[in-house]
Design a binder for this molecule. Structure first.
Ligand SMILES: CC(C)(COP(=O)(O)OP(=O)(O)OC[C@H]1O[C@@H](n2cnc3c(N)ncnc32)[C@H](O)[C@@H]1OP(=O)(O)O)[C@@H](O)C(=O)NCCC(=O)NCCS
Length: 170
């Protein structure tokens, strides 16, 4: 199976925010953004796996900055780590200022996709090999994020999470 890098799965999606996509204050509705993020990440998963990929989960998404009508939004997604039949995709959302060319990072979210065939059977995903220092950091931290999301989904027990101390401190 061919070794892939995060660069192989980069996908860029650009949107101009229109009045029909905003709330009465002129701010983009979160659901529109989530839908674009899902599609953007799904294409990255498809680029990595070359198979049908279904969304298994989306980690916590905080809408840090309001995105206003007339803004240009740029979504960038790429694979951070391949597991067995699933892989993690990072989605970065930028607000692009066309006058200055400046991109401001609005937020980042992590999606998990599962590779399946036409009959819904799960397929092994190609191995991902990180290249840059940032790729390597995201690759390492992906294991911790995976443990927590599987814990929250009830698929992993607390005592199966490395470094987990009970009672959990908040
Ligand atoms: C995602 C799905 C394939 C998982 O099926 P399952 O029988 O629960 O799978 P398993 O527990 O055997 O796990 C299979 C893989 O999915 C991963 N997975 C399962 N639930 C997960 C979750 N909530 N978050 C992240 N990964 C998850 C597992 O870690 C495993 O990955 P691995 O093989 O790399 O270790 C199944 O729940 C499904 O088809 N869901 C619907 C997907 C869909 O329609 N998405 C669009 C929603 S609108």
């Amino acid at each position: 199976m061919k070794l892939k890098t995060p660069q192989d799965s980069i996908n860029i999606h650009t949107e101009l925010i229109m009045p029909g996509q905003t709330n009465p204050l002129g701010n983009l509705m979160g659901g529109n953004l989530l839908s674009w993020m899902d599609v953007c990440c799904g294409i990255s998963a498809l680029k990595h796996c070359g198979t049908i990929c279904v969304t298994a989960s989306v980690d916590n998404v905080s809408f840090r900055l309001p995105i206003k009508v007339g803004d240009v939004v740029v979504l960038k997604s790429f694979a951070t780590r391949a597991f067995n039949t699933s892989l993690e995709i990072c989605c970065e959302v930028y607000i692009h200022n066309p006058r200055t060319g400046e991109d401001t990072l609005s937020h980042t979210a992590f999606f998990t996709f599962v590779s399946i065939d036409g009959n819904g059977n799960r397929l092994k995903v190609p191995t991902l090999s990180p290249l840059t220092n940032r790729d390597k950091e995201l690759f390492e931290s992906a294991m911790r994020r995976r443990e927590f999301r599987l814990f929250l989904a009830g698929k992993l027990k607390a005592n199966e999470i490395k470094g987990f101390k009970f009672p959990m401190e908040f």
